[in-house]
Design a protein around this ligand. Structure first.
Ligand SMILES: [Zn+2]
Length: 333
């Protein structure tokens, strides 16, 4: 496994009390020791994403605006989203990690890449940075792959809806976007009936789940609802927006997962794509201990190393959502 990161990603700061802190990246680095993974992974330094690729996913105006705000010493984009002097570079390295992963995996250097980066990306839409996110890291990688003729599955299990990723690929049939998220919750999108538009109808799958949802419900949603659509789509690459804020200890959401659930769910998603075509992107996750434990469990699973962690959960609410989602997709065809 490639562990792709850049020290400059630590330099993006959104303010002392902000949950999306530089400590989060240190918590993910600590996961390498927690699961004894130093021998099993190759550390890779992420390069900056080329500006023309960022402007191919976002608007030129957005890229120029983030650069200008960084250059003049920083500023606030919205209530939650801050640009610091180092943020433009940090965001370019964060997006560059996915591109570097694709290139190295394409050369056969590893089976899977884990991008330990921040700022996160999945709330950044085509024209707008929001929700702690500046550029959409997973979308930059997915666009590069789709433009090279690949069929890309993105699975987003962050507790918040991946509205930015949905926005960028909403009418794009080359990318199948699946999001599991808490409902209701920020940013307020991600209803079952948001399922794509035009040629992309049916290639957005939202699974909005109630607070307290446990791992068994995620697995059942995957098996009964998502997996048949994934099989029909026949993805050649799988990208995961790995947000660890659906962990039951997370301070800003209310979901019921443990590190053991994250490991299980990740292995089921990754087995869809052949080795060498799998990239995992860090998104949210704001309890530092849970972040270390969950990232450790996921990375241990990826490299096939045993790891004694929190047990998977079951018995929570949300099963009825699965049937509603299946019914909605039945009306599309
Ligand atoms: Zn989140």
């Amino acid at each position: 496994m490639l562990f792709v990161t850049n020290d400059r990603c630590v330099e993006h700061t959104a303010g002392e009390m902000h949950p999306e802190s530089p400590q989060r990246l240190r918590a993910v680095f600590a996961a390498l020791d927690r699961a004894d993974l130093r021998e099993a992974v190759t550390l890779v330094e992420a390069p900056k994403a080329p500006l023309e690729l960022l402007a191919g996913v976002h608007t030129q105006d957005l890229v120029d605006m983030i650069q200008a705000v960084s250059a003049r010493g920083g500023g606030r984009i919205d209530m939650d989203t801050v640009v610091a002097p180092a943020s433009f570079d940090a965001a370019r390295y964060a997006a560059g990690a996915g591109l570097e992963s694709i290139e190295r995996l394409g050369r056969g250097e590893a089976d899977t890449a884990f991008c330990a980066v921040r700022p996160p990306g999945h709330h950044a839409t085509k024209a707008e940075s929001m929700g702690f996110c500046l550029f959409n890291n997973v979308a930059v990688a997915a666009t590069a792959l789709a433009d090279a003729g690949e069929r890309v599955l993105i699975v987003d299990y962050d507790a918040h809806h991946g509205n930015g990723t949905q926005d960028i690929f909403y009418d794009d049939p080359r990318v199948l976007f699946v999001s599991f998220h808490q409902w209701p919750c920020y940013p307020g999108t991600g209803r079952i009936d948001e399922s794509g538009r035009g040629n992309g109808t049916g290639t957005t799958i939202n699974v909005p789940l109630p607070p307290g949802t446990t791992g068994d419900v995620y697995n059942q949603a995957w098996d009964r609802h998502v997996a048949p659509h994934v099989d029909a789509f026949e993805p050649t690459w799988v990208l995961i927006s790995a947000g660890f804020d659906a962990h039951q200890a997370d301070p800003i959401t209310d979901m019921g997962l443990t590190a053991g659930d994250y490991a299980l769910l990740t292995s089921r998603i990754l087995e869809i794509a052949p080795a060498g075509r799998r990239v995992v992107f860090l998104e949210g996750g704001y309890d530092l201990t849970a972040l270390t434990e969950s990232a450790a469990a996921v990375m241990a699973t990826i490299v096939g190393q045993s790891f004694d962690t929190e047990r998977p959960t079951n018995g929570g609410p949300g099963v009825e959502i699965i049937d509603k989602a299946i019914d909605h997709f039945g009306t599309l065809s």
